[in-house]
Design a protein around this ligand. Structure first.
Ligand code: HEC
Length: 136
């Protein structure tokens, strides 16, 4: 009876220490991954330049990268929305729909049927709008 108990106990301890080791390694990997994530979260602005955005280079490039301009050119004009050309774009800046659609907040979510835009790109367009959406 006693031998059995000791046997069970040592088996239990052996299993436990193996689990402890595995858990420790898992914990270590987990924490090193977390530390890496935190670093990126701590300095989100370091890689996103939003100062002095230019309509001609920055904004047009972003709209092109997300195919906004292929659906909203003056020819395709999907949803009766034209974003090609400063004056056309400015209409959608001024009525607020451009930012709302990109933020998925209160207007048809854009780019249509695609994932939400990268936050940095949204921030750049928002910064340009905050600057008064200059034709620069
Ligand atoms: C595949 C075609 C397509 C792409 C790509 C696309 N749109 Fe649209 N967009 C539409 C259609 C169609 C509508 C009309 C509303 C609807 O059907 O959701 C629309 C509507 C809009 C509106 C008006 C929203 C409202 O609620 O009044 C804005 C602003 C807009 N799009 C901006 C953008 C921007 C900015 C991008 C790029 C980030 C983009 N769209 C990409 C097809 C597209």
């Amino acid at each position: 009876m006693q031998t059995l108990e000791i046997g069970a106990l040592s088996y239990f301890c052996e299993r436990m220490s193996r689990y402890t080791l595995v858990s420790l390694i898992a914990l270590l990997i987990h924490f090193s991954a977390c530390n890496y994530d935190n670093e990126e979260e701590l300095y989100p602005t370091s890689s996103c330049e939003t100062v002095d955005m230019s309509y001609a280079s920055d904004i047009t490039n972003i709209l092109q990268n997300y195919s906004c301009l292929s659906c909203h050119s003056s020819v395709s004009n999907e949803g009766s929305v034209t974003l090609e050309g400063y004056d056309n774009l400015k209409t959608w800046v001024d009525n607020g729909a451009l930012l709302k659609s990109m933020k998925h907040d209160g207007a048809s979510p854009m780019p249509k049927n695609q994932a939400k835009m990268n936050q940095c790109d949204i921030d750049k367009i928002e910064a340009w709008i905050t600057d008064g959406a200059p034709n620069n």
